[in-house]
Design a protein. Structure first.
Length: 529
């Protein structure tokens, strides 16, 4: 036992990992008694690549030869073209597979399938999947042309912007792009600011534009209650009879688990009416367990321990629920005296987008017709591509080093007040920057400016001399402008930002000027208004 399996795996390990490995995959997954109709193999072969095409995953290289063009243009290639391509492969290189032209079937040579148990066939299939995963990842890390993917992403984002505008809402330039990149970098985003600035509306309109609505159960608005104090308020609890009573988030989590290709968005409205650390802490911890369980699939560990349930039926329904990669959580928060502040645990785990730019003169009385949503949009539009730094392409090392050098300079400043960023913040900023470079090509400094505003500055608050020194040095970092340390600079800093258009990180500079002014006037400063 195992000798035949090992021979086949040895063959698979040595062949070109491209089309040939896919042929083996299709054969072992679909053959019965060692035979597979050739038409079926052609059909399933095409389905494999067509599925990748529809999900904007890598297909092949640049199509410089006929074989590559067949795969690269899989959505247009006829079955006859695919068949001719496969004929050439069978005639040349497949050692263990052959076509019986008389019966028009593909079979394993020498009837070796009879010598393989079901478990051994599954081992071969799992080996093939791992090798294909490595193959396509290497293609991504090479000079693979992703123009098709980039174009698709940009078109979708432009449609979302147009949809939002057609509904009569105008947000500052770059905000929707920033919101998209934040969601793609990590599926938890905070929209913070004063009441009435369109935070909840942005989530709803963004969701509508990609066909996530309340009516199709792919969007859910949950109003946070002030009396929430643990995870059971959100996920559910066991009553005195031992029955599990699901919380307000469970239904959309279930639907996301059962419909993995569809995007699902949850908006936790006024998230900090209760202490976020009390009711959301466990959820945040589970989010940090995200792992790739397949080439393009991410999951957390189960949200519940099966010991949480007394009834077998509840265990069956809820025991295996995870936070899947097609579930995105956006929290809206009002930062005023009626709400609770955020701990660094929460701020470190989210991109926090501030809403404080209000232009009351921007409005329209014209009738506007909303655009139709994007009906056919796959979860790949939003799902994360990086969970750990090792998931990044080695070809991006120079670019990553540039970002890390900037962060290291910032950390040297933050060290003064023991506020330095950790590895999680470093990695998530890198993921954001790589997503931007790959899909939106926003100016590098503009993208990094957003990250300074969202991942670094919200952590700064206090009244100490160290805090005062930190915000002044960060202002110099953002602008290149230094001031006499012995004098107040609040007014001068704000005036400098207004008059200069060539500041490296203008958004951060403007916020830091405000924080400096507040420190000088109140002997205390914070990121929040």
């Amino acid at each position: 036992m195992g000798d035949t399996k090992n021979k086949i795996i040895s063959e698979l390990n040595n062949i070109d990992k491209s089309y040939k490995l896919v042929i083996y995959k299709v054969f072992f997954e679909n053959s019965k008694s060692g035979n597979l109709e050739y038409d079926k193999l052609v059909e399933k072969f095409r389905e494999f690549y067509l599925d990748r095409y529809n999900k904007n995953l890598i297909i092949e290289e640049d199509g410089t030869n006929k074989a590559s063009k067949v795969i690269l243009n899989i959505n247009e290639s006829s079955e006859n073209e695919i068949r001719n391509h496969l004929n050439q492969i069978f005639n040349r290189v497949l050692i263990y597979l052959e076509i019986n032209k008389k019966d028009n079937v593909v079979k394993l040579k020498n009837d070796m399938i009879d010598k393989l148990s079901e478990s051994e066939i599954n081992e071969i299939i799992n080996f093939i999947k791992k090798e294909l995963k490595k193959y396509f990842k290497n293609k991504l890390n090479s000079n693979y042309d992703i123009n098709i993917i980039q174009k698709s992403k940009k078109e979708n984002i432009d449609h979302i912007k147009d949809h939002i505008s057609s509904e009569g809402f105008n947000y500052p330039e770059g905000l929707v792009d920033n919101f998209y990149l934040s969601l793609k970098s990590k599926p938890f985003v905070l929209l913070a600011g004063i009441s009435g600035t369109g935070k909840t509306k942005l989530v709803k309109l963004f969701a509508e534009a990609i066909n996530c609505t309340s009516s199709n159960n792919r969007f859910k608005l949950i109003s946070v209650r002030p009396d929430w104090n643990d995870s059971s308020d959100l996920l559910g609890y066991k009553n005195l009879k031992g029955e599990f009573i699901p919380g307000p988030m469970i239904d959309i989590i279930q639907r996301a688990n059962n419909n993995r290709d569809e995007i699902h968005i949850v908006c936790l409205d006024e998230m900090n009416l209760a202490r976020v650390e009390y009711y959301f802490s466990e959820f945040l911890s589970k989010m940090e367990t995200r792992e790739f369980v397949d080439e393009d699939k991410i999951e957390t560990i189960p949200l519940f321990d099966k010991r949480d349930f007394e009834k077998d039926e509840d265990k069956k329904i809820y025991g295996e629920l995870v936070m899947p990669d097609n579930l995105y959580i956006v929290g809206t928060v009002n930062m005023d005296e009626t709400t609770h502040p955020f701990s660094k645990k929460v701020l470190d785990r989210a991109n926090t987008i501030e809403f404080n730019n209000i232009d009351l003169k921007t409005y329209s009385l014209d009738d506007q017709e909303g655009l139709s949503p994007i009906e056919e949009i796959d979860n790949k539009f939003l799902t994360a591509e990086y969970l750990k730094l090792k998931d990044c392409s080695k070809n991006e090392k120079e670019y990553i080093d540039e970002i890390i050098n900037e962060l290291d300079e910032i950390n040297n400043i933050l060290n003064e007040a023991n506020l330095h960023a950790g590895y999680r913040i470093r990695d998530e900023i890198i993921f954001y920057m790589l997503n931007n470079k790959k899909y939106l090509q926003m100016d590098k400094n503009k993208a990094f400016d957003f990250q300074l505003m969202q991942k670094i500055l919200p952590r700064i608050q206090g009244s100490s001399t160290a805090i005062k020194k930190v915000i002044r040095e960060l202002f110099t970092f953002a602008t290149g402008k230094s001031f006499d340390e012995t004098v107040n600079i609040g007014d001068e800093a704000r005036e400098y930002v207004k008059k200069n258009n060539d500041i490296k990180y203008p958004k951060s500079a403007k916020k830091l000027a405000y924080m400096i002014k507040r420190m000088e006037e109140d002997r205390f400063t914070a990121y929040w208004l």
